[in-house]
Design a protein around this ligand. Structure first.
Ligand code: ADP
Ligand code: MG
Length: 237
C-alpha cells in the first residue's frame, strides 16, 4: 500500500472513491489483446501517461470515473482503449442497433480528433466509428448512422438533431464519455448534455473528463455518475 501511494505520488496523481484499483506501470499490465497492443505500439506510445496509469485500470474494471487533467495529458486513449475492450466484451447483439460507445465533446475539432484516435484502435476489430458534428450534411450523417456503428463521437447539439431525426437509437449504449465537460458547459451545452444522458440506460458506465471542475460540472457528475472514482493529475482540479 505504501508502494502504491509512493507510485501515485511519483505520477502526481490523487485519487478518491472506494476500492480504487492500483495504477499500472506499463500497457502490458492492462491485459489488452494483441491487436490493441499492436495499435498502441504503432502509435509510438511506449508507456502510459500519468492519467492513463490510473484511469485505464479504473475504467477497465467497469467503474465510473471523473478524470481531471490538463490538455495534452493523454485523456483520449484513457477512454478509447477501454471502450474497445468494452465493445468486444458485449455478447452478440444481433438485432439491436445503435452505438455501444457514445462520446460527447464540445467542438467539432475535438470530436474529429477523438474520431481519428478511435478509428485507429477500432479498425483491427471491424468496429465502426461515426462522427456527428456540425459542418457536415445532416442527410449524409443521417444515412451513415442508419447504416450502423458501434461508436459515435459527437458534439451535443448535432447528436440531439440526429436523435430527433431518429437516425440512431440509444438502446444499446452502455459506455458514455463526456470529454472536456467544463468546456461543454462554457459553450452552453448543459441542456443538450443532460438530454443525451437522459436517453441512455442508467446502468451504463459513465466517464467524465475535464480540465477543471466548476461547481456546475461537479453537480452534474454527482447526478449522473455511480460511485465514481476521481483521478486528479497535477495541480488542476
Ligand atoms: P488530452 O485529451 O488530455 O488533451 P490527448 O489524448 O489529445 O490529450 O493526447 C495528447 C497527445 O499525446 C496526443 O498527440 C497523443 O497521441 C499523445 N499521447 C497519448 N498517450 C500517449 C502515450 N502513452 N505516449 C506518448 N504519447 C501519447
Ligand atoms: Mg482531450
Amino acid at each position: 500500500e505504501q508502494d502504491v501511494a509512493e507510485y501515485r505520488k511519483s505520477l502526481a496523481i490523487r485519487v478518491s472513491g472506494f476500492d480504487v484499483p492500483k495504477p499500472i506501470k506499463a500497457f502490458e499490465d492492462c491485459g489488452f489483446p494483441p491487436q490493441i497492443m499492436n495499435a498502441i505500439k504503432k502509435q509510438g506510445y511506449e508507456k502510459p501517461t500519468s492519467i492513463q496509469c490510473q484511469a485505464l485500470p479504473v475504467v477497465l474494471s467497469g467503474r465510473d470515473i471523473i478524470g481531471i487533467a490538463k490538455t495534452g495529458s493523454g485523456k483520449t486513449a484513457a477512454f478509447v482503449l477501454p471502450m474497445i475492450v468494452h465493445i468486444m466484451d458485449q455478447p452478440e447483439l444481433q438485432k439491436e442497433e445503435g452505438p455501444i460507445g457514445v462520446i460527447c465533446a464540445p467542438t467539432r475539432e475535438l470530436a474529429h480528433q477523438i474520431y481519428l484516435e478511435a478509428k485507429k484502435f477500432a479498425k483491427a476489430y471491424g468496429i465502426r466509428v461515426s462522427a456527428v458534428y456540425g459542418g457536415m450534411s445532416k442527410l449524409e450523417q443521417f444515412k451513415e448512422l442508419k447504416a450502423g456503428c458501434e461508436i459515435v463521437v459527437a458534439t451535443p447539439g448535432r447528436l440531439i438533431d440526429m436523435l430527433k431525426m431518429k437516425a440512431l437509437t440509444m438502446t444499446r449504449a452502455t459506455y458514455l464519455v463526456l470529454d472536456e465537460a467544463d468546456r461543454m458547459f462554457d459553450l452552453g451545452f448543459e441542456p443538450q448534455v443532460r438530454s443525451i444522458v437522459g436517453q441512455i440506460r442508467p446502468d451504463r458506465q459513465t466517464l467524465l473528463f475535464s480540465a477543471t471542475m466548476p461547481r456546475k460540472v461537479e453537480k452534474l457528475a454527482r447526478e449522473i455518475l455511480t460511485d465514481p472514482i476521481r483521478v486528479t493529475v497535477g495541480e488542476v482540479g
